[in-house]
Design a protein around this ligand. Structure first.
Ligand code: GLA
Length: 654
């Protein structure tokens, strides 16, 4: 079965509306809804008093309608009574402001009162519903990520630091506290990073972010374990979210959930929205190491900066099937029914304010049908021979002040590499340095790209070296391999961790001002970044041709063992980067999913299915790999197929 449905909030509606909801869900072919995500104040209206009658009734009603439930624990949004009874359970910002209820996610994960209240409501739900026939999945909390800098956090942070560093000498060394007189002589002197006079210590900030991710994970694991104890047959997950504010290292969380579930909201209305969808799905599949579940996306909305963009006809279907093509076990949305009020009253829904007589609901009905038709064939793997690294700690390390350029943008650097591969139609995975099994996972790939992998351990650097020596192709971009995991520079020339594998040594950084470029001798223009590179064994493929760097190496290629390691020193525009990456993948023997496609057509292969997405406005004729069937219509296909504008064709080979 493919999951199709979304966040459902019956607590916002009367029971007459529930009856209509279930009827409409059946009409649309909804298979699962997420229930109770923010329902704490309805489930526990006062401390220790529970009201489950309404949840019993809707669970039963959904079950009668054949709809499964991902039942949430509502702990992302403590009710107002919690605030008043346990003010220390509220988060404090770095500026020392204690936040209060009035929005959501207002909790301090280190506060014992919050943790106890979260365990209590989760225990009640587990006891009551673990064996309910509608229950398919536990959905713990919602998008863990709240940051807090209070005194309770301080004490939990210190315990984490003690476990990590053992003694203060080690911590002082690791944090370079000799700089600016920050040497700690008692654990009690260490605070979470709080508002301070000038730049904070980056190692302090980095460890705090790691701590917070682990602390949130501990809160998740606590709920997971008690849910499992009540009903071991039901898988447990929590919805990860991809976004700049997120304080969680999902690569470390992935092994703690039974199914990786991800919320993904592309933010561009143009063709970039499609590239973002592909990126979000590929990253999610990477975390999962295979199948995952799209837990939320917006049915009919793209939040572009400053404006909500309604999706064009067909785009809901294309986006949704794209996630499925890239490994999702279905397509779930925020949300089922658009609310009458509340903070997100204009966020789109499968049933909008206009009601079911609306384009979005009609498209949802068609999509439900398509998902039902594809379900028997959609479980196969996505096979990629190239991978890009993703590393939350490197992202965090490149977010602070005091960096060589203010416009260093970790996600943008990773996105750019993914986008280049996406545009060339090359199936792409992600790998996660620091994750258990990193070295073994590298073995699946012909080419690995490291954009802005600022922090790297000796072990992972050695694994990447072995990958090359064993015949792999490695492409390292600037700002990679610069520091150890504590953020201390690897001395002797950048990129310290990869100098030997690359056969280069970088002796000076020369970041470029926005809008300026530096000429390269192949006619390309360097942007954002330039450096003085010296070769130490590598062959120079492209040289800088301008500025004081004229004649110095810019792009190099080093043979090592049976493989090749490329160094890309300047920033490149999308087209220039894509040409370079095309050369690398071709040399490595990696072909696009379907060669020779029109630019508007995207091809994704999952198991026996080949998804063809036409993002353009004209019909496109696509040559097929062989005879087969149109998996959506059952029609026989051979030779070539015309994919309609804004449409999707799914070919299933014979
Ligand atoms: C997140 C949340 C949802 C909703 C959506 C839309 O992903 O989990 O509750 O707020 O964003 O903004």
């Amino acid at each position: 079965m493919l999951f199709f449905g979304g966040d459902y909030n019956p607590e916002q509606w009367s029971e007459e509306v529930w009856a209509e909801d279930v009827a409409l869900m059946r009409q649309a072919g909804v298979t699962m809804v997420s229930l109770g995500v923010f329902a704490w104040s309805h489930l526990e209206p006062e401390e220790g008093r529970f009201e489950f009658g309404w949840l019993d009734r809707i669970m039963d009603r959904l079950h009668e309608g054949g709809i499964r439930v991902a039942l949430a624990t509502p702990t992302a949004s403590p009710p107002p009574w919690f605030t008043l009874a346990h003010p220390e359970g509220l988060p404090v910002t770095a500026d020392g402001v204690r936040l209060t209820h009035g929005s959501r996610d207002t909790y301090c994960v280190s506060a014992p009162a919050y943790r106890a209240a979260a365990r209590r409501i989760a225990t009640e739900l587990a006891g009551r519903y673990a064996r309910h026939p509608a229950l398919a999945l536990w959905h713990v909390h919602n998008e863990y990520g709240t940051d807090c800098r209070c005194d309770l956090t301080a004490s939990a942070f210190r315990s984490w630091l003690q476990k990590k560093h053992g003694d203060l000498d080690t911590l002082n060394e690791s944090w370079t506290t000799a700089f600016w007189s920050q040497r700690y002589s008692e654990w009690a002197q260490i605070m979470p990073p709080r508002a301070t006079q000038y730049l904070p210590n980056p190692a302090h900030v980095l460890d705090f972010r790691r701590f917070l991710s682990d602390e949130l994970l501990a809160a998740f694991a606590e709920q997971r374990d008690l849910l499992r104890a009540a009903g071991p047959q039901v898988p447990v997950t929590t919805n990860f979210v991809q976004g700049g504010w997120v304080s969680v290292d999902h690569a470390r969380w992935a092994s703690e959930v039974d199914l990786v579930a991800v919320d993904h909201y592309p933010a561009a209305a143009d063709a970039e929205g499609e590239a973002e969808t592909a990126f979000g799905a590929d990253l999610a599949r990477g975390w999962a190491g295979g199948e995952w579940l799209l837990m939320e996306t917006a049915p009919n909305l793209i939040y572009t900066p400053g404006r909500m963009h309604a999706k064009e006809p067909g785009r809901l279907t294309r986006h949704s099937l794209n996630y499925v093509a890239r490994g999702s076990r279905g397509a779930m949305y925020f949300q089922w029914r658009q609310p009458r009020g509340g903070a997100e009253l204009f966020h789109s829904a499968l049933v909008p304010h206009a009601g079911p007589d609306s384009p979005v609901f009609r498209e949802a009905v068609g999509l439900g049908r398509a998902l039902r038709t594809l379900a028997p064939y959609a479980g196969g793997p996505v096979d990629a021979r190239v991978a890009v690294s993703w590393d939350a700690p490197s992202w965090w390390a490149l977010q602070g002040g005091g960096l060589p350029a203010a416009d260093i943008d970790y996600p943008a650097a990773v996105r750019q590499v993914h986008r280049a591969l996406y545009r060339s139609g090359v199936a792409t995975d992600f790998v996660f340095p620091g994750q258990e099994g990193f070295e073994a996972r590298l073995a699946a790939y012909r080419v690995v790209f490291l954009p802005h992998l600022f922090l790297v351990s000796d072990e992972d650097a050695a694994a990447l070296r072995d990958f090359v020596a064993g015949g792999g192709h490695l492409v390292v971009g600037h700002l990679s391999g610069i520091a150890d995991l504590a953020g201390r520079i690897r001395l002797g020339g950048y990129p310290g961790a990869f100098r030997d594998v690359l056969g280069v040594r970088v002796v000076e950084w020369r970041p470029l001002a926005p809008g300026t470029t530096i000429a390269l001798d192949n006619g390309d223009q360097g942007i954002r970044w330039s450096e003085r590179v010296e070769t130490a064994g590598a062959e120079t493929v492209v040289r800088y041709a301008g500025d004081v760097l004229a004649g110095a190496p810019a792009i190099t290629r080093n043979r090592l063992g049976d493989g090749v390691a490329w160094y890309v020193s300047p920033g490149l525009g999308d087209d220039d980067l894509r040409r370079l990456l095309d050369r690398v993948t071709a040399e490595a023997g990696v072909a696009p999913v379907l060669p020779g496609l029109p630019p508007e057509v995207e091809a994704v292969r999952r198991g026996d299915l080949l998804f063809l997405f036409n993002h353009g406005a004209t019909p496109e004729i696509v040559p097929l790999p062989g005879p087969g069937t149109d998996a959506l219509t059952g029609r026989a296909l051979s030779g070539a197929v015309t994919v309609q504008p804004g449409g999707v064709t799914v070919w299933r080979g014979e």
